[in-house]
Ligand binder design. Sequence first.
Ligand code: FAD
Length: 395
Amino acid sequence: MYSTARASGRSDTNRAFVYEVVGLSQTNTDKLDYPIRRSGTIYLTVPYGRMNQEMRRINRLGGKIVSIKPASAYTKKEAQNNRPLQQQPTKNNPHKSMAHAATQEIPVNIYRPKDPFVGKCLSNTELVGEGGIGTVRHLIFDLSGGNLRYLEGQSIGIVPPGTDKAGKSHKLRLYSIASTRHGDNLDDQTVSLCVRKLEYNHPETGELIEGVCSSYLCRLEAGADVAITGPVGKEMLLPEDPNANIVMMATGTGIAPFRAYLWRFFKEKHEDYQFKGFAWLIFGIPTSANILYREELEALQAQYPDHFRLTNAISREQKNAEGGKMYIQHRVAEHADELWQLVQKENTHVYICGLKGMEGGINDALTAAAAKEGGDWSAYVKQMKQQERWHVEVY
Ligand SMILES: Cc1cc2nc3c(=O)[nH]c(=O)nc-3n(C[C@H](O)[C@H](O)[C@H](O)COP(=O)(O)OP(=O)(O)OC[C@H]3O[C@@H](n4cnc5c(N)ncnc54)[C@H](O)[C@@H]3O)c2cc1C
């Protein structure tokens, strides 16, 4: 069993230290995402395990550390004042406002591959049930002491350790973020991923090949360091409108951004953002044991039947109308008339995430429904794209 508290050390305030830093310009302070005070001083709370890394970073940005004190020496109020800007409930604070993806600042590339953020793995748990196919893991990384922040629908890069066949450092791989901006622990200090271990047989030799980064992540132990870049991506951000209808179509790990959306809509409580629209998740997976986050999704459906609908397409267990395997496009075809009515509402957004190629079948299914009413689906999709209501991220 992994111990989250032990791995992170976060609950042990004696293991965090507060750096008093001077000499940083406002521009550089922005990079640290801490408010600069009138005195020109900033205070950074740094976990023990990240002290050297943060010192080097401050040096690089031209800052000077004038004192280091254990975080436990600070009162709760002082500690709160030392939290990054993004966590402070100000008028323009995205945490206290709603999903202002369009109007709020969208964080991008805070960390780049040459200087990634080194986070810690807090937990790594299997998501595929008994009898399911393959390995998919839910990973939570500790971001404390860093500056990485993100919005629902964005991705982060992971740089696997080691070198490729040419002896060069591995390139980063992108992964959709599966948590809300507040993280699974609701403390704004973590980011979660949903990672499938890539395994295939070499087409010529038949040898079993394991994907470099996905295998590394799926085996990552709690407490291990992980090099993180980003965040990136603007395609899958949520609309501002809390009354919007959100149609989500996922295959496999394509569920990741939708988990973040649904947690934001239904699991978190925000003072001034309450989702009042209709969210519909159509989820394609091979077996029922592969329904990732199943318990939580079903609980949401039971709790919010008027606002959330879950429709699974389980290819190896269910049959489509022609007696073949039930893939996501067959479910979309079954509900095509209803979906066509829904997407014609100006406040409906469609998000597609998962396997490359899935969009084709979905388009085919909706073409017929639109045509029944004299509609031209391909023209309509173009219009939806222009209106930023049709969002696709496939890989
Ligand atoms: C925006 C975005 C978001 C993503 N989000 C996620 C996510 O949330 N979860 C997730 O698990 N992944 C996600 N991915 C995919 C992820 O980035 C990696 O591509 C994936 O984990 C494989 O990386 P790897 O290093 O394990 O494989 P690699 O070692 O890089 O191997 C991949 C290569 O293997 C070869 N290959 C793969 N399958 C076969 C096959 N059947 N036959 C022959 N050759 C093959 C191909 O050449 C392929 O390029 C995302 C990708 C993008 C672009």
